[in-house]
Write a protein that binds this ligand. Sequence first.
Ligand SMILES: C[S@@+](CC[C@H](N)C(=O)[O-])C[C@H]1O[C@@H](n2cnc3c(N)ncnc32)[C@H](O)[C@@H]1O
Length: 333
Amino acid sequence: MTRKKGTDKMSDLQWIDKHIRLNKNLAKHLLKPSKVVYNANAWTPLKLISIGFFTQMYTTIIKGYFDRWLYCGIFSGCGLNYIENRIYFPGSSFFAINSSIDNPFHKMYFIDSNKKRIKALTKRLEYVEREIEDFSFLGSTEESRCQYMTFSDDYGKFIDETDIFDLLDEEDTRTHALVVIDPEGFEMKWDDLKRFFHYPCDIIFVYMTSEIKRTWGKALKSRDFAIKNMNGLFGGSSWKQAIEGDDLLPIFIIQIEGLNKIVKTIRVKKSKSSFYYDLLVITRPTRGGNPWLSAVDQLKSRIERSGSSMVKASLDYLEGKRGRLDDFFPINR
Ligand SMILES: C[S@@+](CC[C@H](N)C(=O)[O-])C[C@H]1O[C@@H](n2cnc3c(N)ncnc32)[C@H](O)[C@@H]1O
């Protein structure tokens, strides 16, 4: 599972092929200890590739500034996706692990309220720790190079009970965290999200943009569940300031920026459809001006030029169902 250095000269399609090919191999291993999967869509790999890209960059840079770095996967899932009933693909948890091999996290927390999923994830973690040499840095004990902990309950309970905030607060050991929040919809509440803002953290938050717009429409029609969801996510009624649905994301971002944060967005789209979501990359401004954010901009361009149809084309190609012109003119393959 060694990684080759990427090149910007690759076409977007070749770039997607590369990531899918590399991660398909890991998925084969993940299927062995458990058959539990999360059914996902053609645009999901774009989200996961982004999480992997960011994690690799994060773990490479953070070691120059902090003694210890932690990972917190809220809504971590079972560790394996089944994309469009076609291919198995690692979930966010294994993207985070695989992308941090060179600079492992000191501790990784995985949280999901679905017992079956977290059990499958735990089995997978135990399996890769035991069977894959590249992952032998993982372990469930305090002595492990990277200690993982799985938590099968509501994430709110995790926030109340976890030691992560104590670790981030320690004065003797400079500690930072990468927090990946990957809900299906409105599960994350503003007040809980905001708690992380008090600590040294970078956050990737999957903001379900088109779904939130739809719910806003229903909230305007006084539908109780929609009002409750909007209030929970926005931490109050700021969403009422929106004149049109497209105002909601900027309102949410301004709210975060108001707490002295920088927010970058990466839009993940279902092709030929009005469905999309935004990955919000949330970080603290630093004296150096956060130069690594330009790498996020490059990632943004790649992901936003792509879409689910490009992932599908890549799957067709990798399954041998479709040839491609660049087979005859191989560029940077
Ligand atoms: C989009 S899925 C996560 C996918 C996963 N990150 C991956 O890449 O495979 C959202 C997950 O949130 C979990 N979930 C929903 N509500 C939750 C809650 N209140 N607390 C913890 N987990 C929850 C669900 O069981 C589901 O596995």
